[in-house]
Design a protein around this ligand. Structure first.
Ligand code: SDX
Length: 430
């Protein structure tokens, strides 16, 4: 807290309204406007462009400098020196684990990867061509029907076991969603494998043939999960917080986050990027699509470009691009035509006045799809992978909110409807 104040002078009010200003560890100060309602005013900020919704210690983003920190550690450091489960531990506990803590945490997650056998029956109800995100919304929400032993959100142990179950089971459910899609039998988790090896085993292994997982692909998968782990108060995380503020159970809150992530403006962008690159088809059609993206009368946007916060490069995109080169080299796909289009599109866009002026840079979704496609993951599974990685961020924010004092989220509005009027009897209506 600080003793700095903002003084809001309002036409018609004799005295100005004094509003407290708070400073974070780093980053912009915030103006506390909670007293405005008592003065007869609401703030107005559609899309929350200028609104801080909460206090948090988990993640810090500086959009102007392209900085992303989890627990104070730069994302580049974590991506290159840590791994996904260490980052999960950091987001849940505020510190990186020591060797003993890491072993214990990895064992806990490993031993929660199986799902109740009844869940397999849910999948049989979905059509084979159901979108994987539609299935994930359903089955993750349904998890709450299995865990009545841990739904007291005010019990810290219940919160922890729910967080562990969700982090552990998301890869299993994601792989089951894929297997249902392709008509293959579900693969059980293998506790001898690492988190990301296990995911690729469940995705691409079959009862008839369960080859060794390529360590380069497992490392790339782990980096993709890690780069998607958390991102401050983005749309899906804000949804999870809002759902949690009503006291809803964590599985229902995560299902709400999955639903929000699905949109092409958010987590659905990675799928949209691949579809866009395939629609462009060849390098010589790039200019046509860049022109469409710049045309105000054309709703087309260059998917994978732009960000509400990053007005400079997205640090995750840089790591993702390096990982993309590693994976394609490992698989002998350096000449992947989609990669050629993506790299040329990035170069053209970064030199184009429109994109420079609007500060539109590649975001986390621009290269991730090319890696996932190279690994063999189908395009409509990309956002499921994003949701799997982001589950730790969602549940860490939920846990942080419930562990501290919070109120139910209930914004107000600027009302533009009718003023009170007489009710017309049916016979008098035109
Ligand atoms: C994610 O919030 C997060 O942290 C999200 C995320 C996370 O980890 O959780 O980082 C993940 O969602 C990444 C973003 C993925 N989405 C896309 O790649 C979809 C394409 N991008 C756009 O839809 C857009 O850039 C957004 C949604 C990402 C950001 O939109 P904003 O902040 O609301 O900005 P805006 O729509 O007001 O755009 C500002 C201007 C507009 O032009 P003007 O009205 O000022 O003339 O830039 C233009 C937009 O038309 N613009 C684009 C563009 N993105 C913005 N023009 C062409 N192509 C684009 N991609």
């Amino acid at each position: 807290m600080t003793d700095k104040k903002a003084h809001l002078s309002v036409d018609g009010l004799e005295a100005s309204i004094e509003l407290p200003i708070y400073s974070g560890t780093i980053g912009p100060d915030v103006i506390d406007v909670t007293s405005l309602t008592s003065k007869g005013y609401f703030t107005y900020d559609p899309g929350f462009m200028s609104t801080g919704s909460c206090e948090s210690k988990l993640t810090y983003i500086d959009g102007g400098k392209g900085v992303l920190l989890h627990g104070g550690y730069p994302i580049e450091e974590l991506a290159n020196k840590s791994d996904y489960l260490e980052t999960c531990y950091l987001l849940l506990n505020g510190e990186l684990p020591n060797a003993e803590q890491k072993k214990e945490f990895v064992d806990i997650i490993t031993n929660h990867t199986m799902v109740h056998e009844n869940i397999a029956r849910f999948f049989r109800g979905f059509r084979a061509d159901a979108h994987p995100m539609a299935i994930m919304c359903g089955v993750v929400g349904a998890l709450s029907s299995f865990y009545h032993d841990s739904l007291d959100i005010n019990d810290e142990e219940h919160r922890k076991i729910s967080a562990h179950r969700l982090i552990a089971k998301m890869p299993t459910l994601a792989a089951m969603t894929y297997k249902h899609h392709v008509g293959q039998p579900f693969m059980y988790p293998n506790n001898k494998l690492s988190y990301s090896e296990n995911f690729l085993h469940m995705m691409f292994g079959t009862p008839c043939d369960d080859p060794e997982v390529n360590p380069v692909l497992a490392r790339a998968m782990d980096k993709i999960f890690l780069l998607h782990a958390d991102h401050e108060q983005n749309a899906s995380t804000s949804t999870v917080r809002l759902a949690g503020s009503s006291g809803a159970n964590p599985f229902a809150c995560i299902a709400a986050g999955i639903a929000t992530l699905w949109g092409p403006a958010h987590g659905g962008a990675n799928e949209a990027v691949l579809n866009m690159l395939e629609e462009i088809g060849t390098v010589d059609r790039i200019d046509e699509f860049v022109a469409k993206a710049k045309d105000k009368n054309d709703p087309f946007r260059l998917m994978g470009f732009g960000h509400r916060v990053y007005k400079n490069f997205d640090p995750r995109a840089k790591v993702m691009k390096e990982t993309c080169d590693e994976v394609l080299t490992e698989l002998g796909l350096e000449n992947d035509p989609l990669l050629a289009i993506a790299k040329r599109l990035e170069q053209i866009a970064l030199e184009d006045e429109y994109f420079i002026q609007k500060k539109l840079y590649p975001n986390v979704d621009f290269y991730s799809g090319i890696i996932m496609k190279a690994i063999g993951i189908p395009t409509d599974m990309f956002t499921v992978i994003f949701a799997t990685g982001r589950t730790v961020g969602w549940i860490a924010h939920w846990h942080e909110m419930i562990s501290n004092s919070y109120k139910i989220g209930r914004p107000r509005q600027l009302y533009k409807g009718y003023a009170p009027r007489e009710f017309p009897p049916l016979e008098e209506r035109k």
